[in-house]
Write a protein that binds this ligand. Structure first.
Ligand code: UDP
Length: 407
């Protein structure tokens, strides 16, 4: 059997939203890219998400196979922390939409725990296979950063949906182990499918040209790309930069975050000021993905200082552009960053060794060149097409009632 029609649920964030601020990040990219690749092989995709202020049509046709279906799920301006209250409303609307349009899906694939709550019930109500990708897990987030808290409902929903889903897709071996260890999830229903990268978009561009276009002027360039949130640990990047030799000749580019609205951006600007590195630190704000290769290519090193990262798309995108990565050794990052080969993985959140690793890359041209070659090599074979193909194969097995193969 070949899967022909799938429903993806992304309740809390619209797959059409621009990634890089607020709730929109790697998961949006993942859902969008997976859909694009499914569509290119003729699989029809309905993406379900809650109505939001920017949506124009209730049903938006993205291409001949992809629709984004916006359904009511609480007040449009409800804060994320209250979304769980509206899951029931969204569920009723989703089942209503399925029934009134006589839809028959082969698979429902939920993204994030809020969607998993919905997917689990749609699966039961309409007898359709259920797959889940969590993107982040409450248990790991809370363990990774003091001060993070999550509702008991989230822990419970994650546990229940791991137990009941036909398939759980983990982004890295680390995530799978965590599910088994902390949630007693059945190992044989979890399959690791690493995330992907658009290899034709994210490729090495001419460094000189890229720097010129960005108005850079001979400085060594350190880049960060992603949402600006406490869990991303950007303070470590700033503290490390502040103790580096020759920092006057550095430029730190922070790409992502809503510059006028996000509190974390202001906190980091204040910290840069306090550390005396405000003049070399530039907060760029959100950049459309199509321009990101120019940023990655212009940089000598990309830094991913996260407290926790279930996969870390930005790290993979940087590698695909041939830019080495210095990252914390957390979550899925060791699955792409190869210590000493295409970058460095740091086991401690200490500015000194972090700064040292960046310096080694910045100031040894030969090493930087060889790491750059290894970086692109690592990314090759990790295109979204492969992720989609693997996922479709798993859907097929699940639909046939064949147990997911153990690795
Ligand atoms: N991103 C973007 N523009 C920005 C900042 C980030 O398009 O200004 C994208 C980036 O290319 C990546 C995603 O947002 O694909 C961030 O994913 P990642 O896995 O690094 O972090 P997450 O958001 O999942 O925590």
């Amino acid at each position: 059997m070949n899967v022909a029609h799938v429903a993806l649920i992304s309740f809390h964030t619209c797959p059409l939203a621009s990634p890089g601020e607020g709730k929109a990040g790697g998961m949006n990219v993942y859902v969008r890219e997976l859909s694009r690749c499914f569509s290119s092989v003729g699989v029809k995709v309905d993406l379900y998400t809650r109505c939001h202020a920017d949506h124009k049509a209730a049903v938006a046709q993205v291409d001949e196979n992809i629709r984004v279906i916006h359904l009511d799920g609480g007040p449009i301006d409800a804060p994320l922390s209250s979304y769980a209250r509206y899951l029931g409303e969204f569920l009723d609307n989703m089942v209503g939409f399925i029934d009134s349009n006589s839809l028959r899906y082969d698979v429902v694939h939920s993204h994030y725990w809020l969607s998993a709550w919905i997917g689990q019930r749609v699966s039961k109500a309409r007898n359709v296979a259920h797959c889940v990708t969590f993107h982040t897990l409450a248990q790991l987030k809370v363990q990774a950063k003091a001060g993070e808290s999550e509702s008991s409902m989230r822990f419970e929903v994650e546990r229940e949906s791991m137990a009941s889903a036909d398939l759980v897709v983990a982004s890295s071996p680390h995530e799978r182990e965590a599910m088994v260890r902390f949630y007693d999830a059945p190992r044989d229903r979890i399959q690791v499918v690493p995330c992907g990268v658009d290899l034709s978009l994210f490729r090495p561009l001419d460094i000189g040209e890229s720097r010129k276009k960005l108005g850079l002027n001979g400085e060594k360039v350190i880049i960060y790309v992603g949402r600006v949130e406490p869990i991303k640990g950007l303070d470590l990047l700033l503290r490390s930069t502040a103790i580096m030799e020759g920092r006057e000749a550095l430029k730190v580019l922070i790409v992502g975050g809503n510059l006028s609205q996000e509190e974390e951006v202001q906190k980091l600007k204040d910290l840069a000021d306090e550390l005396g590195i405000a003049s070399i630190t530039e907060f760029i704000g959100i950049v459309d993905q199509k321009h990101l290769p120019m940023y990655y290519s212009a940089a000598d090193v990309c830094v991913v200082p996260s407290h926790y990262e279930s996969f870390g798309l930005a790290a993979l995108e940087s590698l695909a552009c041939g830019t080495p990565v210095v990252a914390t050794r957390v979550g899925g990052l060791p699955a792409v960053v190869q210590h000493g080969r295409n970058g460095y993985l740091m086991p401690w959140r200490c500015p000194e060794p972090f700064a040292n690793s960046m310096e080694v890359i910045l100031y040894s041209e030969g090493l930087q060149r060889s790491m750059s070659v290894e970086a692109r090599k690592r990314a090759e074979g990790m295109g979204w097409e492969n992720v989609a193909q693997e996922t479709l194969q798993l859907y097929d097995l699940v639909c046939q009632g064949v147990p997911v193969p153990k690795e």
